[in-house]
Write a protein that binds this ligand. Structure first.
Ligand SMILES: *Cc1c(COP(=O)(O)O)cnc(C)c1O
Length: 360
């Protein structure tokens, strides 16, 4: 069977070149006679894989020396809890911006560990926009400001980086990290589960500024303390070795294809192709305000919701899969991560046009 175009929001599609290289190296990595899966995480072969992954990601994102890069487990969801545990001292307040389903999860998780100030919310208009920074009600002395850079479910993305002065800026970039260049130096902490735009599930990336390490009060348990993982170079316990290896192949692929500026240009072209088609059609609708639309996750509705099941069945017959929207919002969703080629988006648009012509 040929490969399908996989529009899943996560785990998401990976570059075919990366999968082919992983397949080629499956039984024998670089003449070691072993799969990466079977290697000791403390042996020199795996150490070289992890070091190259770190160096390549640092190069891609231009991560400054002031920031540590951690390869952790527990997904982005564990970070919802580790962030307040590590950054809050005593009864300090943390500011959160509520832009959708994932922001709400982060807020709920922090609620039992910190005094959360909801500084802004887009719930009044069903999470179809990013609240302008002028309207944020930030606290006097927040321990940090948290926002969700891309709402994977609602299809809302920050096209800008908030300016919060000296307060550490913390961002969940699970579904848009590596989709565009980023000024990492402006952030106190960035985190992302790998399975959206980076690599296999099981790995989470945390980029954290040195001065935010070891300040949480009370001190978190060792496994949940960034200081532990910084000190151990992300090898306090067995890291998700195979996921680190595949993510490393993705970093290498991004470097070889022109880095993040080139990835951004490809992502703009793909997103425009789909949004322009949706906006030009009476049959499909995307409710998000144009400047705040996500390039990565594009939710859309059919003017006649009764046709949704038929739309999905027909799409699958055309090798266009995982287009069903998240259960919490319904409708359709096309995720256009870095590894989705523009040919996949064109095939989707062609199918959508044909479906609308016959059913509209
Ligand atoms: C998927 C996702 C999460 C949760 O990730 P897990 O790795 O499943 O914990 C959190 N935030 C955003 C923006 C996501 O897209």
């Amino acid at each position: 069977m040929p490969r399908v175009y996989n529009f899943s929001a996560g785990p998401g599609t990976l570059p075919e070149e990366v999968l082919l290289q992983a397949a080629e190296e499956m039984l024998d990595w670089h003449g070691t006679g072993q799969s990466v899966m079977e290697m000791s995480h403390r042996g020199k072969d795996f150490i070289s894989i992890a070091e190259k992954a770190e160096a390549d990601l640092r190069k891609l994102l231009g991560i400054p020396a002031s920031h540590h890069l951690l390869f952790l487990q527990g997904g982005a969801s564990l970070q919802f809890e580790m962030i307040p545990m590590n950054l809050i001292q005593g009864r300090a307040v943390a500011d959160y911006i509520n832009t959708g389903e994932w922001a709400k999860k982060a807020i709920n998780a922090a609620g039992s560990l910190a005094d959360v100030n909801l500084a802004a919310s887009a719930e009044d208009r069903a999470f179809t926009y990013v609240p302008a920074q002028l309207d944020w009600q930030l606290s006097e002395r927040a321990a940090y400001v948290h926002y969700t850079a891309n709402e994977t479910i609602n299809g809302v993305e920050f096209g800008w980086v908030p300016d919060v002065g000296e307060v550490p800026l913390v961002s969940d970039m699970s579904s848009n990290l590596l989709s565009r260049p980023l000024d990492v130096g402006r952030f106190g902490l960035i985190y992302a589960g790998a399975q959206k735009n980076i690599g296999p599930a099981g790995l989470a990336l945390v980029i954290v500024r040195e001065d935010l390490i070891g300040i949480g009060e009370p001190r978190p348990p060792a496994m949940l303390d960034y200081a532990t993982h910084v000190k151990a170079g992300s090898m306090y316990n067995t890291p998700p070795t195979y996921a680190v290896y595949v993510a490393g192949l993705v970093f290498q692929w991004l470097l070889e294809t022109g880095g993040l500026a080139a990835a951004e240009q490809r992502n703009i072209a793909k997103a425009e192709l789909l949004y322009d088609f949706i906006d030009g059609s009476e049959f499909y609708l995307n409710p998000v305000e144009k400047p705040d639309r996500s390039r990565m996750n594009i939710p859309f509705r059919l003017s006649n919701p009764d046709l949704e099941a038929e739309f999905l069945t027909g799409a699958a017959k055309n090798d266009l899969v995982e287009l069903k929207g998240h259960r919490s919002v319904g409708g359709m969703r096309a995720s256009l991560y870095n590894a989705m080629p523009i040919e996949g988006v064109q095939a989707l648009v062609d199918y959508m046009a044909e479906f609308a012509a016959t059913k509209g």
